[in-house]
Structures are given as structure tokens and as C-alpha cells.
Design a protein around this ligand. Structure first.
Ligand code: FES
Length: 125
């Protein structure tokens, strides 16, 4: 983990830690959409709806879709986290509705990270 230099860094770390703890507790596949004020302003509701539609269309029922609040990264909204069972969480940024099928197909289904959208992943990867 890098140094926490501001209150925003601390808030971001807290939100990510909460999600990680939740994911570890539930030990399930999670798809997390940032629904803070700036996320919603950037189109998070539409992105969330497209995720739900795509998952239904593909009949993928083994992934839980959840929301998170502000993690202090306005400039990268819409933020989407993918946490597959037994793997570290990958955070995608600036996600648009048209990116959703690719995230689902490449990462969720085939386990291949969509590198051009990644803004956060464990340093070991
Ligand atoms: S609303 Fe908090 S970073 Fe955007």
C-alpha cells in the first residue's frame, strides 16, 4: 500500500478495505459499481443497468452485483470493481456502458483482465 497523504486517500483506503473484507467474508464473485455522487453524475446508473442486463442475457447468476459509495476518485468515475472468487479485486475506471460487455466477457467469464481500463490492481499482478 502506498502512503496515505490526505483525508481523501484515507477515505479511499477505508472504502476499498470495506469491500475487500466484504468480499473475503462472502467468498463470492462480486461486481462493484461506484455509486457516489460523482459516479452517478458520470453515468453509473446506466453502467449498472447495462451490467444487470448483460448478466441476465448471459444467464450468469454466480456473480453478485453491489454498490459502493465515494472512494475519492471523481476523475475516474464510473468505477467498477471485479472480485472473482479466490482472486484479488481489479478496479476499472472511466467505464462507459459500451465497455460492459467486454468486462463481462473477458474478465468475468474468461478471467482475462481488461488492461486498458484498469486503474487499480494488486502490485503482484
Ligand atoms: S463524490 Fe467523492 S470523489 Fe467524487
Amino acid at each position: 500500500m502506498s502512503k496515505l497523504k490526505s483525508l481523501e486517500d484515507l477515505k479511499r483506503y477505508r472504502e476499498q478495505a470495506k469491500e475487500t473484507i466484504k468480499a473475503r467474508k462472502t467468498n463470492e464473485n462480486l461486481l462493484i459499481v461506484g455509486m457516489g455522487t460523482c459516479g452517478i453524475a458520470a453515468g453509473a446508473r446506466e453502467v449498472l443497468n447495462v451490467f444487470m442486463e448483460e448478466l441476465n442475457k448471459r444467464e450468469l447468476s454466480d456473480i453478485t452485483v453491489t454498490q459502493t459509495g465515494c472512494i475519492g476518485m471523481c476523475e475516474n468515475e464510473v468505477l467498477v470493481g471485479v472480485k472473482k472468487q479466490g482472486e484479488e479485486r481489479i478496479t476499472y475506471g472511466n467505464v462507459a456502458p459500451e465497455d460492459v460487455p467486454r468486462i463481462i466477457n473477458d474478465h468475468v467469464v474468461n478471467g482475462k483482465i481488461v488492461n486498458d481500463l484498469v486503474i487499480g490492481k494488486p502490485q503482484s499482478k
